[in-house]
Design a protein around this ligand. Sequence first.
Ligand SMILES: Cc1cc2nc3c(=O)[nH]c(=O)nc-3n(C[C@H](O)[C@H](O)[C@H](O)COP(=O)(O)OP(=O)(O)OC[C@H]3O[C@@H](n4cnc5c(N)ncnc54)[C@H](O)[C@@H]3O)c2cc1C
Length: 444
Amino acid sequence: MGKRTPGPRFESWGRYPRLQADVVPLHWTIDFPLPQRPAGKQLPVGLGRSYGDVCLLENGTLLDTTGMDRLLGFDPATGVLRCETGTSLKQILDFAVPRGLFLPVTPGTKYVTVGGAIANDIHGRNHHAAGTFGRHVLRFELTRSDGARFVCSPIENSDWFAATIGGMGLTGLMTWADIRLRPIVSRRIDYRGEKFQGLDEFFARSRAAKSEYTAAWIDCVATGRNFARGILMQGDHTQIPEPLHRSREPKLVFPADLPELALNRYSAAIFNTLHYHRQWGKTKSGRVDYEPFFYPLDAVRHWNRMYGRKGLLQFQNVLPLESGREGMLDILKAITKSGLASFQAAIQFFGAVPSVGMMSFPRPGVMLAVDFPVRGEVSFDLMERLTRITLEHGGRMYSAKDARMTPQQFQAFYPQWQEFARYVDPGFDSAYWQRVTGRRRLDD
Ligand SMILES: Cc1cc2nc3c(=O)[nH]c(=O)nc-3n(C[C@H](O)[C@H](O)[C@H](O)COP(=O)(O)OP(=O)(O)OC[C@H]3O[C@@H](n4cnc5c(N)ncnc54)[C@H](O)[C@@H]3O)c2cc1C
């Protein structure tokens, strides 16, 4: 166990809100419980790639798991990997790809830990085929703040298994986990990009899509004839065998916080137009490396500095298919009218593969994720409006991205929250949990 560090401040990816906590690095799975129990509450954290306050705890103790990053065992016959939970998905790819294996589910960045991936039960572009990350976790060890340590799986302590997958770090510290990887024969992805003009075409093209990975970039700035234009991106692992090697490290680093004015409706509109026209024809296909296909944003480290010192908010929701078209239309109109959206916006269908987690976000329907710069009241009002539309259309919001839901909204989105609360470790808490249970006020 390492020394407590009162700073530097641990930030979430959105850098909002900014809260001060002690950070205690853990190096071994036996470092927890801490020899001296802290006076306040505790919360495990990974690489801080959650956007909001799910990985924050004011005046508490953050248990930094990134030092617990060892691979503990691997069975080539089954593809099952055991690792400590501070291991990042990048480390797993470096190990797995040269051996002809890949992650079963991956988010849009490889800089997340296994603990973070399980605790938010993350999803990828293959949700319709593979479900969430938790479905590929065979078992893990959970350690509670009173020192109790037990293995959870679909057959051992299965209620703890379900509460901890998607349990936002509140049920205890996961120390190690077994994950089943999937085979590949090439680093490359057979790619197909199809432009669409408006939501109806997006829905029609998504319904017809047959690929393992399917998601779209959508223009949330353009109005008029270009309203809701975008590019549907499909991909499948190439079946032609090729030599496999690990990836190189990205060299580009976003050097400093941009001034607030740099990102505005005009710069975002220019970027979106360039991005949309980067693909000349209506469709484009080819073979691309998995890095730019899954992780285009990882090419520049600290790209969140582009949003300036005040940080960014991400709105991510899912609406059921029945109300999805109307609801997304209302949401996109509200976003374009606000002029606040950046160029980072994704829309995708979620499938019907059930999630294991009690509090998991995905459900069948249509999902939208859009980044906004924090501009005080204007951005908070917009988030509130979009959350209200989500509620009216029977959808829900993603806790991993959220920083603004009210207790009433959270409790309507996740009516099972009281059942979940029975599993929360009495020594653990988070800024998110304090907020959505009405113990922490939102700042104006
Ligand atoms: C560019 C980008 C793209 C993204 N794309 C996607 C996407 O496509 N799909 C998606 O689902 N998400 C996506 N995310 C969000 C990200 O995958 C999740 O927020 C993920 O949980 C972050 O993991 P982390 O290691 O950074 O954990 P943190 O953000 O540090 O923590 C996340 C949660 O995990 C808990 N936790 C961490 N370690 C442990 C542990 N050992 N035991 C118990 N609890 C623990 C924490 O308490 C916290 O509640 C994206 C994020 C970024 C920045």
